[in-house]
Design a protein. Structure first.
Length: 491
């Protein structure tokens, strides 16, 4: 019997549905994470530009984006809460034994979540009601609250990859917990900054992609140019930085998690002068089919020398490493992430070259087509990064300390499959509702823009900081307290 089938036969029946349920909810939630982490920063950059240059269009964009930010945050509350419950319901072995060690990360994330909710409410309420400088300053903590939430989650995940900060008693239970060591693990720094820059990059490309579509449809006014230029510039600056950070975290995995690195690069036997495979499939006997083989490159990338030794999957027993199928999945996810990241860097360089040479936005339709696809591509890259990280760590849920099979719930597998079906239906409804709300907001904003162009006073046409314009005389009901008085003020 092949090794992968043998290991699957020994796994609890609950393992597959539990993993599928967790994978689905995480993959769904992660679509919202870039907007939750980085969209407040992009909105405040636009807000600052509006105040600095007295640009009413920039302030209008910031105000509209803040509304989108609030709707996204509301949906993130639901999907994030589901994930929190799943940790306890699906993986009681993990939380029961190790919760006291790495649970502080979830505590930090919870505090950051409540802080961000309060700050978003204040920021939304502040339009028209607070002085311009006061309103902007009250919004400044928003990105830091988002980063704090990411800090908590990445602290927990990096601990699962490189656990430390505890001792084991005679029964194998963790004692003598050192909270600081449990938070600041060897993988925390590389993972955190790689994640944060990925969120900035992805959010920038997602937002600018909307306005790139508008440009392709002929909307090339100041509103759409500004809506594209600000988030795309932020993403373009982040793209090459992310490329460097990606190389750094891959090197950290090589040193701290060599078996995961072997899975990502489908290296079967420990050796030097190891070739690099672009895609390709690893088989149970260690052979690789398909893909593009580049001699020596894997050793060179790992240690800057073809003589660098790269540990293979067979350096550990079969029950302590990913199966050939899991290694192939992690490898494809990793390669796809690198491929998309490289394409985004080229797109950013194209944008930078045109700007530095001509001091204007690119005019090519192909550029805007690529920019419109960049948002979707960056989300796919984020999903691939998560798959590579989690699948490459198998079979461990706590690296070299607890297997996934040891942490899974004892709930009947049939119940878990039913739960997966219910969650999928609910999530389709939630994300469908989210899309409908965004489309209705877009329609309302376009109607307001059309009325403004026709000279009809609208609330959106007013200065964000100041009294609203007086309604037309025909809009004031006869006999109302404000009839006959400018602005409808009561006597």
């Amino acid at each position: 019997m092949p090794t992968s089938l043998h290991l699957l036969a020994d796994a609890p029946a609950q393992l597959l549905p539990a993993r599928e349920l967790m994978a689905f909810t995480l993959a769904s939630h992660i679509i919202l994470v870039p907007l939750g982490v980085a969209f407040p920063f992009i909105t405040l950059v636009m807000h600052y530009r509006g105040l600095r240059r007295n640009d009413a269009t920039a302030l209008l964009l910031a105000r509209r984006w803040s509304a989108v930010m609030a709707v996204q945050f509301a949906l993130g509350i639901v999907t994030g809460t589901v994930l929190s419950f799943e940790f306890g319901l699906l993986w009681p072995g993990l939380m029961g034994r190790w919760g006291d060690v790495f649970g502080v990360g979830f505590g930090v994330e919870a505090w950051a979540f409540f802080l961000e909710a309060v700050l978003i409410a204040i920021y939304l309420y502040g339009w028209r009601r607070l002085k311009p400088r006061t309103h902007f300053l009250l919004g400044l903590p928003l990105p830091f609250a988002a980063l704090l939430g990411a800090f908590g989650i990445l602290a927990a995940n990096s601990w699962m990859n490189t656990p430390q900060g505890f001792s084991l008693d005679s029964e194998g239970n963790p004692v003598d917990v050192d909270v600081w060591k449990a938070i600041f693990t060897p993988m925390f720094g590389p993972q955190y900054w790689h994640f944060v820059v990925a969120m900035v990059l992805t959010a920038g490309f997602m937002v600018s992609g909307v306005y790139a579509m508008g440009w392709l449809r002929g909307r090339r006014d100041h509103y759409h140019r500004l809506g594209f230029a600000v988030p795309f510039t932020i993403a373009a600056v982040a793209a090459p930085v992310q490329f460097v950070l990606g190389d750094s975290i891959a090197r950290s995995v090589f040193h701290k998690q060599p078996v995961k690195f072997a899975a990502l690069e489908i290296v079967w036997k420990t050796d030097t002068r190891v070739p690099e495979y672009l895609f390709g499939r690893l088989h149970e006997d260690g052979t690789v089919s398909g893909g593009i083989k580049i001699p020596l490159l894997d050793s060179v990338l790992a240690g800057f020398s073809p003589d660098t030794e790269v540990r293979g999957l067979t350096s550990v027993p079969a029950d302590q490493r990913p199966t050939a199928t899991q290694a192939t999945i992690a490898h494809w996810a990793f390669d796809l992430m690198v491929l998309i990241g490289s394409a985004l860097v080229l797109l950013a360089l194209w944008y930078g070259f045109v700007w530095l040479r001509h001091r204007r936005l690119p005019a090519s339709k192909w550029f805007y087509r690529a920019a419109a696809c960049a948002g979707v591509g960056s989300v796919v890259a984020v999903e691939c990064g998560w798959i590579a990280t989690e699948v490459g760590r198998q079979p461990w849920i706590v690296y070299q300390n607890m297997r996934v099979a040891e942490a899974v719930t004892s709930t009947r597998s049939t119940t878990l499959w039913i739960m997966l079906g219910v969650v999928m239906v609910v999530y389709v409804f939630l994300f469908g509702s989210f899309l409908v709300v965004l489309l209705k907001m877009r329609t309302r904003w376009r109607l307001a823009d059309a009325e403004q162009a026709a000279g009809v006073p609208t609330p959106e046409a007013d200065i964000p900081y100041g009294p609203r314009a007086a309604p037309p005389a025909e809009d004031v009901p006869a006999g109302s307290p404000g009839a006959g008085r400018p602005g409808g003020d009561a006597p």
